[in-house]
Design a protein around this ligand. Structure first.
Ligand code: PEP
Length: 251
């Protein structure tokens, strides 16, 4: 079964309200005739509502950059899955390298969020990826395997079918250093083998695996042309309509 390409923009902690609204409006217009590729944007939480109003009913879906696993209560500063659904979110990015390495999130914490998101009907975009030192030590696949097992513990076969995985080598995020198509494809194929081992081959063929790390219009075609690369999670280039749509065109 052919997997649909999926391009998602992670706006991180960028833009102001005016900029977020203008970017969303530009993308909705530019994406109006796109077929055969799913598109999502993940604005900062404080602009989810404004962006959600703009993308509603369009070709552009809404995603959040994080969620908390508890349903409600005394968790200052956090947002629940129900709140994200209320705002119109379909996706939530979980386990992004900045949350793992800057904010200290562990696989166990990410796992609770993945389970809460799936239980609520949100689609997690689960990020995994190695540090440069881990790659240089030859540990890329063991790092990915540990993150996969830890983040997805207890996730059933049926639930895994709705998860999106993003392979994001940490050394390629926001650095301008992109993994070569062959380097990325090797890990994507390795991830599919892990899914087949842990679940089964049918599910391994269903789960979309995005690549993330300095994706730009000029490298998108080669990356997205690899058999196991099903889309991109885009940071910097997601902040400009023409660059983001250039990547969508590459898909
Ligand atoms: C990201 O934020 O997930 C990312 C891949 O960023 P960039 O495209 O800027 O490397």
């Amino acid at each position: 079964m052919a997997r649909r390409k999926f391009i998602a923009g992670n706006w991180k902690m960028n833009l102001d309200r005016k900029g977020a609204v203008a970017l969303a409006e530009g993308l909705v217009k530019a994406a109006a005739n796109v077929v055969g590729c799913d598109i999502a944007v993940c604005p900062p939480a404080c602009y989810l509502e404004a962006v959600g109003q703009i993308v509603k009913g369009s070709n552009v879906a809404l995603g959040a950059q994080n969620v908390y696993h508890q349903a409600n209560g005394a968790f200052t500063g956090e947002l629940s899955t129900a709140m994200l659904l209320d705002l119109g979110c379909k996706y939530v990015i979980l386990g992004h390298s900045e949350r793992r390495h800057v904010l200290g999130e562990t696989d166990a914490e990410i796992n609770k969020k993945v389970i809460a998101a799936l239980d609520a009907g949100l689609i997690p975009i689960l990020c995994v990826g190695e540090l440069l030192a881990e790659r240089e030590a030859g540990n890329t696949m063991s790092v990915i395997r540990t993150q996969f097992d830890g983040s997805l513990a207890g996730v059933s076969r049926e639930k895994l079918k709705t998860v999106v995985i993003a392979y994001e080598p940490v050394w390629a995020i926001g650095t301008g250093k992109v993994a070569s198509p062959a380097q990325a494809e090797e890990v994507h194929l390795g991830l599919r083998k892990i899914i087949a081992e842990r679940y089964n081959n049918e599910i391994a063929q269903i789960v979309p695996i995005q690549y993330g790390g300095s994706v730009k219009p000029d490298n998108a075609v080669d990356l997205l042309g690899q058999p196991n690369i099903d889309g991109a999670l885009v940071g910097g280039a997601a902040l400009k309509v023409d660059q983001f749509m250039g990547i969508v065109a590459g898909a």
